[in-house]
Structure formats: structure tokens, C-alpha cells
Design a protein around this ligand. Structure first.
Ligand code: PFF
Length: 466
């Protein structure tokens, strides 16, 4: 049995799904800390510069590749120019690389919202842990429990994606993303009314123009670029796939601005929620899992009787951010398989294909879940913990390289007239033609080479950028 692959019902649904893909852990635990420790407002300026030179452009390129073909990455490139088929494979592989650790992080978020929820009624459990670092270490070291939560997270992803584009993904994200936004506002109001929260605002926003002196800005620009392109979900197939489900009536140019700007706004809001909270309780700001699950849980523990409620709201928000990102990549992989079957003239049934993708992703996550972030005693590939190893393959190499080639592909192989035609397909305006020409041909490829080198430098600690 074959059904149609589906389409978003509305442009709003498309935006919610795409922003849902973009807004993830990168916004919550990456951006605020990187901004704070890399020059504050100065970092923001360089981040926005990267957005203008590279981000909007690759986003538009991915939307156009998807919508012009109506296909997910692999078949989309086969149709446009089979010499670039490899870029489609790279995107799908990168998607699996990202999902290979992201489901485990989704599991952590679920554990924490469940534990905070339970504490609303008993005020015990996670709140009795005087040492939230020890609590976290104990939890991640409990492989059975992590795998259980990871399995639940996988099943939830499966249910949503099996529902289809409009009936599953759009329906879920049009409720979940506004809810995330409201939860974020609630947390921000609570945090900004805590005594001593001003230090966090200072940490995050105070401009440190020193970063522009000497060569320091190169490293900051690399950090900003890497953060920007991961945060926008570029190079992993998700944006191409969502673009393929957008009606020809909608404006690609407009959407290529709205999605990155909304993503940046949420990243800044996350900073308002997270950094002032650390400072109000005199906790050292951090990044990554330590910030999310140790420092912030400490904040909730210190908040008194309302702590579990805010803890629950916050970790539920983290869970929503994670699942609206992961479903976009699951969809992309499933869609790639469906397209391959269509090309071969075979029938397809969406549900078993989604189940197959989830089964693969579950297996890939087993080492990540059992590895306890490197403390679980598993063999460490190339000396990296499993999370970092998968991340290196995807975010370190495949995604930036794929995005670099995609930029060159649109700018030089398909050419700007092709882009213009796609953007104007039903009479919409292709605004800012000069900007797109300059960015596709010059700034995006240069920016992507720079980001790629920055990623490799960061993963292997080569010190090129310092
Ligand atoms: N844009 C996401 C983030 O900032 O966390 C990146 C992402 C990760 C997207 C994992 C999709 C995904 F499955």
C-alpha cells in the first residue's frame, strides 16, 4: 500500500516544525554559555555576522533543494544532479550520527522531568540529593535506567512520526512549540525576579570588545559559526525534507529568514532563563550536560517549595526542545527510504519504515546510553566517549562538509537563476537577489570552510584557532 508522502497544511505549521527542528539542546545548553564565555555581546555580533554570511543562505539552499524536487536528501540530489548524490548520503549519515547520541540526551531530559514531577508531590527524591553532581553521575551510570528512558523517548518519536507530516509532525509541533515558548517565558520571569540574577545578565551580555583585538576574534568567529550551523539543523537532511513538504505557494525567502531569527531569539531567551539562575545561587556557569543537569537542578533544589514545579516545567521544556528536533531527522531518514522505494517502483508503507529507522537509532544509542559520558568502562573509539565520537562524525565532519558542498552546488552548479525560479514558482518575489548571489557564491563557501576547520580544530584540540 502506498500513500502520498504528505504536505504541511499551513505555512505556520511548516515554521513551527522547522523552528522545532532548530530549537534544541544547542540553544539551551550551548548558546548561553558560549556567548557568556566568548565575549558576551561581542559574540552575538559575530554570531549574527555568521548568520548573515552563511546561515540564512544554507537554510534557503536546503529549502529550495527540498521543495524543487519534493524529495528527501538522497533522491533530491539524484534528481537535480547525480554527481552530487554523495551530499544526500552525507546528510542522511550525519542525521544518524546526530540521532545516535541525541536520543540518549532526550532520555536524560525525560528522567529529570519525571523526577521533578514526582517531587512536586513528595518533595523528595531528586530534591533530597544534596549533591546534584553525584545524582547525575549515579543516574548516567545506571545503564539499565538510561536505556529504558531512551527506549521510551524512541517510542514517542516513533508515534509522532508514524502519524505523518500533517497528522503527526505538524500537529505535534504546532502545539509543542508555542507551549515551549510559554514555559520559557514563565521560567525567565521567575529567574529574573531572583535576587542576584543581574550577574548572569552581565556574564551573558556584557560586551567584551577585547575579543576583537589581535587574532582572538578568529576563534570566537569559529565558535559562533559552529554553534550557528548546528543550531539551525543544517547539513543533516531535516531542512531539505521539511522543505519538500512545503506548498509551492509559500515564500521560501521569507521562511529562510524567519526560522533562523526565531531560533536565535529562543537561544537568547534561553540565556535569560539559564545564566541569571546560576548567578542568583552563586553557581559557576557551565556548558553542556553539566549546566543542564547539575547546575540547573541545583538551582531548582535551592528554590524552596516552588523548586519542583519550576524544575518540572524546565525539564519538560528541554524534552520538548529535544523531541521536536529529533523527529525532524527521523522523518528525513524515513523519507529518504520511502523515496528510494518510489524510485524503484515499489510500494511503501510509512509505518514499518519509521519503525525500522527507530530500531536502527535505538541500537546506535545503546553504547551512548551505556557509556555514562565516558565513565561506563566501554571501549572509547579514537579515544572519544561515544557521544563525542558520534558528534565528531556528524557535527565535526559530515554536516559542515555537506553544507559547504551544498552552498557551492546552489551557487555554481544549479546557479542563482534556478534558485530564483524555485523561489518564484507561484509568483512570489525573489527578494534580495544580490544578497543571495553574493552569499551563495562567496561568503557561504568561505564561511563553511572556516567552520569546518574550526570544528576539526575544536574536536582534536589542535589549537589552530587560538
Ligand atoms: N538544532 C538542533 C539543536 O540545536 O539542538 C540540532 C539537532 C539535533 C537537530 C538533533 C536535530 C536533531 F535530531
Amino acid at each position: 500500500m502506498s500513500e502520498s508522502k504528505g504536505q504541511f497544511n499551513s505555512n505556520f505549521g511548516f515554521i513551527m516544525a522547522s523552528v522545532g527542528s532548530a530549537v534544541g539542546l544547542g540553544n539551551l545548553w550551548g548558546f548561553p554559555y558560549k556567548m557568556g564565555s566568548n565575549g558576551g555581546f561581542a559574540f552575538l555580533i559575530l554570531y549574527l555576522l555568521m548568520l548573515c554570511m552563511v546561515g540564512f543562505t544554507i537554510m534557503l539552499g536546503e529549502f529550495a533543494v527540498g521543495r524543487s524536487t519534493g524529495k528527501a536528501p538522497i533522491e533530491a540530489f539524484r534528481e537535480l544532479n547525480s554527481k552530487f548524490l554523495i551530499v544526500g548520503y552525507m546528510a542522511v549519515l550525519a542525521g544518524f550520527g546526530i540521532l545516535a547520541f541525541y536520543m540518549t540526551l532526550g532520555a536524560y531530559a525525560m528522567k529529570y522531568f519525571a523526577a521533578n514531577f514526582a517531587a512536586i508531590f513528595t518533595h523528595s527524591g531528586i530534591f533530597e540529593a544534596t549533591d546534584t553532581a553525584a545524582y547525575f553521575t549515579d543516574f548516567v551510570g545506571n545503564g539499565g535506567q538510561v536505556v529504558l528512558f531512551m527506549a521510551i523517548f524512541c517510542v514517542l518519536n516513533m508515534i509522532i512520526v508514524m502519524g505523518g507530516v500533517a497528522g503527526g509532525i505538524e500537529r505535534f509541533t504546532t502545539i509543542a512549540m508555542p507551549a515551549l515558548f510559554i514555559m520559557l517565558i514563565i521560567v525567565i520571569i521567575r529567574v529574573l525576579t531572583l535576587d542576584g540574577s543581574g550577574g548572569g545578565l552581565e556574564f551573558m551580555f556584557k560586551p567584551n570588545m577585547e575579543v576583537f583585538k589581535g587574532s582572538g576574534w578568529i576563534g570566537v568567529l569559529g565558535t559562533a559559526g559552529g554553534q550557528m550551523f548546528f543550531s539551525l539543523s543544517l547539513g543533516m537532511g531535516a531542512i531539505i525534507t521539511y522543505g519538500s513538504y512545503l506548498s509551492k505557494k509559500e515564500s521560501l525567502v521569507k521562511n529562510a529568514f524567519i526560522v533562523p531569527l526565531a531560533d536565535t531569539a529562543v537561544a537568547l531567551m534561553a540565556g535569560l532563563a539559564v545564566m541569571p539562575a546560576c548567578f542568583a545561587f552563586n553557581l559557576e556557569p557551565a556548558g553542556g550536560p553539566g549546566l543542564m543537569f547539575i547546575t540547573l537542578q541545583q538551582v531548582f533544589n535551592d528554590m524552596g517549595s516552588a523548586g519542583p514545579i519550576f524544575g518540572f516545567i524546565f525539564y519538560f521544556l528541554v524534552f520538548i526542545a529535544a523531541i521536536t528536533s529529533s523527529i525532524s531527522v527521523i522523518e528525513s531518514s524515513a523519507s529518504a527510504i520511502i523515496d528510494a522505494r518510489i524510485r524503484k517502483g515499489k510500494s511503501y508503507n510509512r509505518k514499518p519504515i519509521v519503525a525500522l529507522v527507530i530500531a536502527i537509532v535505538f541500537c546506535l544509542n545503546l553504547p551512548t546510553s551505556l557509556d555514562a559520558l565516558g565513565a561506563g568502562g566501554l571501549p572509547q573509539p579514537l579515544g572519544f566517549c561515544w557521544l563525542d565520537f558520534y558528534d565528531l562524525l556528524a557535527e565535526g565532519i559530515l554536516m559542515p562538509l555537506g553544507s559547504l558542498i551544498l552552498g557551492i552546488f546552489v551557487g555554481y552548479v544549479m546557479k542563482i537563476d534556478w534558485l530564483k525560479n524555485e523561489c518564484e514558482s507561484e509568483g512570489q518575489k525573489f527578494s534580495l537577489a544580490g544578497f543571495w548571489t553574493a552569499t551563495f557564491k562567496v561568503t557561504a563557501p568561505i564561511g563553511m570552510v572556516f567552520i569546518l576547520l574550526g570544528q576539526i580544530d575544536g574536536f582534536f584540540g589542535l589549537g589552530w584557532f587560538s
